[in-house]
Ligand binder design. Sequence first.
Ligand code: FAD
Length: 319
Amino acid sequence: MSKALVLAESRDGNLRNVSFEAIAAANLVADEVVVALIGQNVAADASQLAARGAHQVLVVEDERLQHYTPDGYGQVFMQLIERVAPDVIVFGHTSLGKDLSPKIAAKLQAGLISDVTSIEGTGTEASFIRPIYSGKAFEKVKVSEGKILFTVRPNNIEPLAEGASEGTVESVTVELKDLRTIVSEVVRKATGGVDLSEAKVIVAGGRGVKSADGFAPLQELADLLGGAVGASRGACDADYCDYALQIGQTGKVVTPDLYIACGISGAIQHLAGMSNAKVIVAINKDPEANIFSVADYGIVGDLFDVVPLLTAEFKKMLV
Ligand code: FAD
């Protein structure tokens, strides 16, 4: 019977959706799924994990683990690996997962399949699909021997419904020694409510937005649709918005249900971060803009005319 260990992520007291997606992925590959929930005051979230595909949730709480550090989480996770002896280890393809997973893989002398978007087959026959060449192609990876470690891209694997499992919850004490880093405080820049990497709707602006104030109509549309605002590097470089909003090869990779690109030309580096969105709407003055080559719906026009019109129409439908 094969076992998986999944690292769940909680931020600001909320479980990140990618935790449930990672559990669903683990269930495809292993017979038994154990979930690690690490942090401070996180135990209350364990029951949600236990109901959505986890057979067991191991909760590790310590005030030194309130914020992620590779040192602290690495020590805890390695001790949980010793305890669980998993055949499969799953992380979200998030900042945390991207940082911790290669360290764990190196410690275990195992390979790592990063940024998995889907899984074909089950158990030892499972093949992992991941984008390569900035999303221009996909490769299928199969592990022939040893532990299977992989990270799952947010918003790609369907989480299991509530009631999918009736897992147990156990509080675990681990030894933390010689921590070299302790984060005492995190000061976040205000970038709006919805987390960009998990947003179902993204309204993104490029250099065509022309100023920081030019993002206001995009924010209004995003708020109306319960989504987040994103940006091209062009807009970030021009100081219209924070780099935390950048989408693309050197920014965030997103897979929302709806991506509305406003005044973005569609450079290959931008497409690398958003071309797998389920539906892409592009608004651009230039009918030759490359963004139209990936768009499902293209609107040739001035974004300052089109975005308010879209907002007004959505308001009629939603409000
Ligand atoms: P532009 O290319 O200047 O396009 C602006 C668009 O707005 C034009 O198509 C114009 O027709 C349109 N427009 C202007 N006014 C209006 C209006 N009123 N209404 C409607 N449309 C209008 N870029 C990223 O985005 N993400 C990355 O992660 C990234 N990584 C990079 C990594 C490397 C190594 C390199 C070399 C580049 C990277 N870039 C990245 C930069 C990328 O090559 C482009 O320069 C950038 O994406 C261009 O941003 P833009 O589309 O906003 O600007």
